[in-house]
Design a binder for this molecule. Structure first.
Ligand SMILES: *[C@@H]1O[C@H](CO)[C@@H](O)[C@H](O)[C@H]1NC(C)=O
Ligand SMILES: *[C@@H]1O[C@H](CO)[C@@H](O)[C@H](O)[C@H]1NC(C)=O
Length: 263
């Protein structure tokens, strides 16, 4: 019994420690403030920001071997022509006015149009300017050439009949198909071909829209309606059309695909 009482533990120390900590007085409100820390003025903030910008420009100048102060970042508002466009609003040019921007006058930007939207491609002077491989697109809307690939013949925005490029040449007179089925198929193929043309146009438009150095400047206006005989499909595009015979024989081959027992 006695041993038990002698080994009785003392009240845990924690308690006393806790009570001690609570006794430590909280900072009194009238304790003297650190009077040496002054209020940060807006001027100080500005000074810090300017210093940081300056240091960053120096670093960029060093890292880009003196070619850029902005780490090669080229925002639209630092491009004079894009800035002036933002100021004046989008352009509206007639085909005659657009023709003046074909790169022959080095003082003027180079424009091209696709489906009536005008883009500034001055940054690609070597491609779109005189002697460039895409020179034919400068100063005009040559949407048809974008679709057919015939740069010389198809320098026009007239897309009528361009869908022929995707429509098969009927070179299989022995094909077994009823005339009504043939008609339905022709309608379906024309519909799909027209959609493909639109997709192609849209793809090119997006190419210029999303390009890092080219940008949209406005719209082509006063384009006369395309009337009369639609342009003929240019020869290279005509030659590239799919052929019904090929398509049918491919289908045959698929039916008897290797590995499948042929009855
Ligand atoms: C570009 O336009 C100017 C003025 O309209 C014209 O004289 C010149 O022949 C054109 N150049 C090309 C390559 O079409
Ligand atoms: C081309 O422009 C016409 C008229 O502005 C528009 O209706 C058509 O959807 C455009 N096509 C594409 C592929 O953007």
């Amino acid at each position: 019994m006695a041993t038990a009482s002698s080994t009785r533990r003392r009240p845990p120390r924690v308690e006393s420690a806790a009570s001690k900590s609570t006794t430590s007085s909280p900072p009194s409100p009238d304790e003297p403030e650190d009077t040496t820390s002054r209020v940060i003025s807006p001027l100080d903030i500005l000074r810090v920001i300017l210093t940081l910008i300056f240091a960053s420009c120096l670093l960029s100048y060093y890292l880009t071997s003196g070619t850029s102060l902005l780490f090669k970042y080229n925002p639209w508002f630092l491009n004079p022509s894009q800035l002036s466009l933002w100021w004046t609003g989008p352009l509206a040019l007639t085909p005659e006015q657009l023709a003046l921007y074909n790169g022959s006058d080095p003082a003027k930007p180079i424009y091209l149009a696709i489906n009536g939207t005008i883009f500034d491609v001055s940054a690609g002077k070597h491609t779109y300017g005189p002697g460039g491989s895409y020179e034919v697109f400068a100063g005009r809307d040559a949407t048809r050439a974008f679709v057919t690939g015939c740069f010389l013949e198809d320098r026009t925005g007239d897309l009528r009949g361009a869908e022929m490029i995707y429509i098969p040449i009927e070179d299989d007179p022995e094909e077994e198909i009823s005339s009504s089925a043939r008609k339905l198929r022709a309608e379906k193929e024309r519909r799909e071909a027209k959609k493909k043309v639109q997709d192609e146009v849209r793809r090119w438009e997006q190419f210029y829209k999303k390009h890092k150095k080219y940008f949209e400047v406005g719209k082509l206006v006063g384009v006369p309606e395309y009337t009369g005989e639609p342009p003929k499909l240019c020869e290279p595009a005509e030659k590239g059309r799919p052929k019904r015979k090929n398509m049918n024989s491919k289908k045959e081959k698929k039916k008897h695909a290797p590995g499948k027992p042929v009855q």
